[in-house]
Write a protein of this length. Structure first.
Length: 356
């Protein structure tokens, strides 16, 4: 089944992990034998050939460049200008993949419909370009609002104002605090430019501020449920209900610690914690029960987002295994139309509405 993944850190893997994503996953793993600079060496699950094998023809592909102040222990860049330059290098990689025929930027409705027609024409997918919608995870690299406009001109179509910790515009995971003045200005300008607001990673205070201010299209590209795994990274039921009211779509994430409770980083394993794809379905089903329908959920794996096989479902060898999900949803009693909504239909409905 044609599948959309609403959150993949492709350029980060290509540049910071030095992975040639034009090669299949097994070749990338072999190339990393003996490396130990990252905990997920030899354990990656994402590459462009595997996206094609999994019929994942459209992805939301990220840029990311965090600014960190002198007292911030998180990894990142020491100035917004450096962070901006980092994201521009990532954009250059996406453009190189376009030049190679591997990817195709999707930034408007005409481009979206043409790409869907290509991927659903019944011909083999093994040489088709992967469509990508450019998204910015954390807005720290937006030096000022004029850079938001430059980014939009370069194809940026979604922005999550925060990532981990305190940010220049908004506070994110494991931080607290309301949107500051420039954060409010950012969100208002995003609405004027029709940039999709990605609510992922916003801390609770900033989330509620953003929901009050922003009247444009909203999604949460990769988020799970606090009711199942109690952590501030997850959405509470009240937050989920508010997103439903805004006709948002929430993408189920496959980072193990977000899927099962009591995960201990560096100690737990997917097998020991019984972390499998069924756990993603649990989170998606919880949202469906709150909504009373299947219209507000999708796939947003966050795969190879600084983790690999050591921290994702044990029954997923590569991202192509997302094609196991339709049968698993059917076994839970989901109708064919509901499964299509989850695998691609809801993201398409949101995009068509946003870009009409």
């Amino acid at each position: 089944m044609f599948t959309i993944d609403a959150h993949l850190d492709l350029s980060m893997n290509a540049l910071e992990w030095n992975r040639d994503l034009q090669q299949p996953v097994h070749a990338i793993r072999q190339r990393e034998e003996g490396l130990n600079d990252k905990p997920d060496r030899t354990k990656g699950v994402v590459a462009l050939p595997e996206l094609r094998k999994g019929n994942i023809g459209l992805v939301v592909a990220t840029q990311i460049g965090r600014f960190v102040a002198a007292d911030n222990p998180l990894p990142g860049w020491h100035s917004p200008h450096q962070a901006w330059a980092q994201t521009q290098g990532q954009l250059a990689w996406y453009k190189a993949m376009e030049d190679a025929g591997e990817m195709r930027m999707i930034k408007d409705l005409a481009g979206l419909e043409a790409h869907l027609q290509l991927w659903n024409d019944g011909t083999p997918t093994d040489t088709k370009p992967i469509g990508y919608i450019l998204s910015l995870e954390g807005a720290d690299s937006i030096i000022d609002l004029s850079y938001l406009e430059k980014a939009w001109e370069n194809g940026l179509r979604a922005v999550g104002p925060a990532h981990y910790g305190p940010g220049r515009y908004a506070n994110g995971t494991d931080a607290t605090g309301h949107l500051n003045d420039i954060g409010r200005q950012l969100i208002r300008r995003m609405e004027e430019l029709n940039i999709i607001l990605d609510a992922t990673h916003l801390c609770d205070d900033a989330f509620w501020d953003a929901m009050e201010i922003y009247n444009g299209p909203v999604w949460a590209s990769h988020n799970n449920c606090r009711a199942l795994v109690d952590h501030n990274r997850q959405f509470s039921d009240d937050m989920i209900r508010t997103l439903i009211q805004k006709d948002a779509v929430i993408g189920g994430a496959l980072d193990a610690w977000m899927m099962v409770p009591n995960w201990v980083r560096g100690e737990s394993t997917p097998e020991s914690m019984d972390c499998n794809l069924a756990k993603m379905i649990d989170h998606i089903d919880h949202i469906c029960q709150l909504a009373g329908n299947s219209l507000h959920v999708g796939i947003g794996t966050d795969l190879d987002g600084a983790f690999g096989k050591e921290q994702c479902p044990y029954d997923l060898e590569t991202i192509a295994d997302l094609q196991k999900l339709p049968a698993m949803f059917a076994a839970r009693g989901y109708a064919a139309a509901d499964i299509e909504n989850i695998m691609h239909g809801n993201w398409l409905r949101l995009l068509r509405k946003a870009w009409k």
